[in-house]
Design a protein around this ligand. Structure first.
Ligand SMILES: [Zn+2]
Length: 102
C-alpha cells in the first residue's frame, strides 16, 4: 500500500491551513487599519483635539479650537484657489478673524 494518497491529503490540509491563516491575518490587519482611521478622524494632527468644521463664504475649513491650526480638504483648497480673483483675500481674512476670536 502506498502512502501517496495520505501525503497528498496532508499537503492539502497544510495548504488549506496556510490559506486560512493568511485570510485571517489580512482581516485582522484591515480591522486594525479601520480602527486607527476612526480614532484619527476629525482629530487635529498637531495636538489631537477634535476639529470643528466651519463655513467661510461656502468653503469648509476644519479648525482646531486648541492650537488654532486650520486644514482644507483637497477640494476645498482647489475651490479657494478658483476664487483667487473673486475675493480669496476676503475669505482668508474671515478665516483669520475666526481664528483670532478664539
Ligand atoms: Zn490642534
Amino acid at each position: 500500500m502506498s502512502d501517496k494518497p495520505s501525503r497528498n491529503e496532508d499537503e492539502y490540509f497544510v495548504k488549506q491551513s496556510a490559506e486560512l491563516v493568511k485570510v485571517r491575518r489580512q482581516e485582522a490587519e484591515r480591522q486594525a487599519r479601520d480602527a486607527s482611521r476612526r480614532a484619527h478622524f476629525m482629530k487635529c494632527p498637531k495636538c489631537g483635539a477634535d476639529l470643528v468644521t466651519e463655513d467661510y463664504h461656502g468653503i469648509q475649513v476644519d479648525r482646531c479650537p486648541e492650537c488654532t491650526g486650520m486644514w482644507l480638504d483637497a477640494g476645498e483648497a482647489e475651490d479657494l484657489l478658483r476664487r483667487e480673483d473673486a475675493g480669496m483675500i476676503d475669505i482668508m481674512r474671515s478665516i483669520m478673524k475666526g481664528v483670532g476670536s478664539r
